[in-house]
Design a protein around this ligand. Sequence first.
Ligand SMILES: [Cu+2]
Length: 132
Amino acid sequence: MRGRWILIGGLAVLALVLAACGGQAVPWSSEPEQVDVTLSEFTVDSSRITFARGTTYRFIVTNRGQLAHEFIVVPPGHQGHVLSVLHVEADALPPGATMTQNIVFPAPGKYEMVCHLPGHFEAGMKLLVEVT
Ligand SMILES: [Cu+2]
């Protein structure tokens, strides 16, 4: 008789645990992953350098330098708007400015984060990243 009550008690506890788990189930999150990028003379730093194709990332780009910079994410060797995943003009990134933009890499491969203001790329404003 005592064994039966223990069994019933055990089932009640199990039911409570299952109910609690169901109530606390965390829905799949669609919040983009944050990527912090810092620009300065003459570097590009990113909190992340590998990315997954098709995933949304929230880029938060801050210019910590003394000069305006632009921020472009393109396949290596390209400068134009056509192939850029992201292209922020220098007038949007004066010293101290921060801009936020969600981006999705459309295809795997190598990309680079660069500033193509005259002389800046050559001085070191480039960061190679990879999308898988
Ligand atoms: Cu620059």
